[in-house]
Design a protein around this ligand. Structure first.
Ligand SMILES: Cc1cc2nc3c(=O)[nH]c(=O)nc-3n(C[C@H](O)[C@H](O)[C@H](O)COP(=O)(O)OP(=O)(O)OC[C@H]3O[C@@H](n4cnc5c(N)ncnc54)[C@H](O)[C@@H]3O)c2cc1C
Length: 629
């Protein structure tokens, strides 16, 4: 807090707190925080009379990354009226603008069984094989579609213009910079649209945006705790939070992204990812996915935790040199030859992104970023694994009529417990966006529409504005910092253990129960932050509970107290749902027997990556990792 902040009218940080309040909150976290804890809201006002913009549409798409664009274009092409809302700008917000590499499955080059086997090994046998089949069927078409749109002639951030153009050509109605906060439901439990607000209030007043829709597709992407060092600050799990509050089931929350950042620029997302804005072309990953490396595995996170640095090795502790896939990249120029005529271009410089030595001249055209250190994404899940649960590959939110999800908002488990390598995400989102739209269009033609009442709308709108009406309360920035303090240390989400998870959970529960109902916003932007903060906290609870529940280790879920895989009990997905009493319920969704690893192979063949302490833990149970599992 600066002196300047203290002088601002209407802001008297801490003064409104009793000594007991301060002591209680001191117990929540010992993190040093810079934002004021309490805001006295000089601009608080009743929001009952705020202007309401009402819309009626067939298909509401929320989010405009790869998933939202493909969903909206598909639904519009099928003759539906489509409204697209985004809290940012088309193709420019969310994760989509950063994606550079893709991995189309070309059946004339690749072996389907090899992909299935390798990816299942890498994702540790809980990847949804149905989604991988669909990916292998559809990804070449996504490549060709993007090519025909002209995407491969531009840099990643320039894609936004192409996306906007395509949406407009398809006749999609677009409203940008609308923060959607909740789904509207009817008395039969069907989803029939959503409410949100325009938050740019420097010139105009904020407005309520109320949309009644026959089908609502969440393409809201993933989330993180507003991480420094990784460009995903705007992503705050809003879709998962809205779906959960509407009664949907959520999955994949115990698996985490392990992207690193760089020691010289840990908080500079642009420096770490500037290369992503400089590349032009259709960059494809060459070869089949690797069985054990080549992706975002727990090894990367463990190296950073154990030695403080990771130097590009691929075994725990950093031994072993560059992983085979990175080595393979060195010959990508040769591989380009074999792709000639297909318009493909393999990346040649990818190895540089895996980590550079801390001294010596940087490679040509690069700055010296220092050591590669882990945990940059702070709380983001494995792409395509965390999100709204759907069991039948249709993108319907299980158990909720009228609601669909696609892309990073869908817990499709395409990548199971570890991200197996670049390229599955952006194309996976595009494929799922299209499928969600196809399912929604078919349902709209046959299913009874939701009948959302005025009372439901009034309730959701009132909840939405409530932080803006309070004259004092907790600052969303402060709460976010406390949340970061509780969730982002390495020993919470990467090196897990029961007591530490319980400790973090107790802080998060406190914040959800006592602080979220008292969040305050003195303008439209703070109101957006208040809702984002509530979404992040709800998701933090999901991550901690799912991590506590799964008493084994698998992929990026590493439990120090259970450092081995346990197929008998945990060959499953963990499902989270709000119970009738409002408490979070957890359940297992057991997976088909035929998805299990080969019973005649050894444990180590089935699970090539070793966790620290794993062999001793298994030996104590009489299991030898070199013998049959
Ligand atoms: C640095 C980086 C590099 C990457 N590299 C690659 C790569 O090389 N290859 C690859 O395949 N993938 C890559 N990915 C991952 C890939 O970009 C994503 O998985 C994919 O683009 C997700 O697309 P999406 O449409 O599902 O979600 P997003 O692109 O995240 O879009 C979500 C949209 O929803 C909007 N939204 C969210 N909440 C709300 C709300 N409450 N109200 C209104 N709107 C809302 C957001 O503003 C955003 O526009 C990378 C990601 C990053 C960050």
């Amino acid at each position: 807090m600066t002196n300047k902040d203290q002088k601002k009218p209407g802001r008297t940080p801490f003064s409104a707190m009793s000594r007991r309040d301060l002591l209680t909150l001191g117990a929540v976290t010992a993190t040093a925080v810079a934002a004021p804890m309490i805001i006295r809201n000089g601009t608080a006002k009743p929001m009952g009379q705020i202007i309401k913009d009402n819309y009626d549409t067939d298909i509401l798409v929320i989010g405009s990354g790869f998933a939202g664009v493909f969903a909206a274009v598909e639904a519009s092409t099928k003759g539906q009226r489509v409204l697209l809302l985004d809290k940012g700008s088309v193709g420019w917000s969310g994760l989509s603008p950063w994606a550079s590499d893709s991995r189309p499955f070309d059946p004339t080059i690749y072996d389907r069984d090899e992909w299935m086997e390798n990816l299942s090994t890498n994702c540790e046998w809980i990847n949804d094989r149905g989604w991988l089949d669909i990916f292998m069927d559809e990804s070449m078409n996504i490549f060709e579609t993007l090519d025909s749109w002209g995407v491969h002639k531009c840099k990643p951030f320039e894609r936004s213009k192409v996306f906007l153009n395509k949406l407009q050509q398809a006749g999609v109605e677009i409203i940008e910079r609308v923060m959607v906060t909740s789904l509207l439901k009817d008395e039969a439990g069907r989803v029939g649209g959503a409410v949100g607000f325009t938050f740019d209030d420097s010139n105009d007043e904020c407005k309520s945006v109320i949309v009644k829709a026959k089908a609502t597709i969440l393409c809201t992407g993933a989330g993180a705790y507003k991480s420094p060092g990784f460009p995903n600050w705007g992503q705050t799990f809003d879709g998962d939070a809205m779906a959960y509050m509407a009664g949907a089931t959520i999955t994949g929350k115990e698996f985490h992204d392990t992207h690193g950042t760089f020691s010289n620029y840990p908080a500079a997302a642009y420096e770490n990812w500037s290369w992503a804005q400089d590349v032009t072309g259709a960059f494809i990953m060459v070869g089949a996915p690797e069985k054990a490396s080549g992706g975002l595995t727990i090894d990367e996170a463990l190296q950073a935790a154990q030695s403080g640095v990771s130097r590009g090795g691929h075994g725990p502790g950093g031994a072993g040199g560059p992983p085979p896939e990175m080595e393979a990249m060195k010959t990508s120029a040769e591989k380009n030859q074999s792709y000639k005529g297909k318009g493909f271009l393999a990346r040649e410089d990818l190895i540089l992104d895996f980590g550079e030595p801390p001294s010596g001249p940087p490679p040509k055209g690069h700055i010296n970023k220092g050591y590669h250190v882990g945990g940059a994404t702070s709380g983001m899940g494995v792409h395509k694994s965390e999100g709204v649960f759907n069991a039948d590959l249709s993108c319907r939110a299980d158990g909720i009529k009228g609601l669909y999800a696609a892309g990073d908002a869908l817990g499709s488990m395409l990548c199971g417990s570890s991200y197996p390598g670049r390229g599955f995400s952006s194309y996976g989102s595009a494929i799922q966006g299209r499928i969600a739209a196809q399912t929604a269009c078919a349902d709209v033609a046959t299913l009874e529409e939701a009948t959302v009442t005025d009372a439901e709308i009034e309730t959701k709108v009132a909840q939405m504005w409530s932080p803006r009406e309070r004259d004092k309360g907790y600052s969303p920035s402060w709460v976010t910092q406390v949340l970061q303090g509780a969730m982002t240390p390495f020993h919470i989400l990467y090196i897990k253990e029961e007591r530490r998870l319980e400790g973090a959970l107790s802080s998060i529960e406190y914040l959800r129960k006592h602080v979220v109902p008292n969040l305050v916003a003195s303008n439209g932007h703070e109101l957006r932050m208040a809702h984002e903060t509530a979404s992040m906290l709800l998701n933090a609870e999901m991550k901690l509970r799912a991590s506590l529940y799964r008493t084994e280790s698998r992929g990026t879920h590493f439990r120090e107290d259970y450092p081995a895989r346990n197929d008998a009990d945990w060959h499953c997905w963990v499902l989270l749902q709000q119970g009738a009493d409002g408490a979070m319920q957890l359940a297992k969704h057991m997976l088909p027997e035929e998805w299990r690893p080969d019973a005649t192979a050894s444990y180590r063949e089935n699970y090539p990556r070793a966790y620290p302490g794993e062999e001793a833990f298994l030996a104590a149970q009489g299991i030898d990792v070199a013998s049959q599992s």
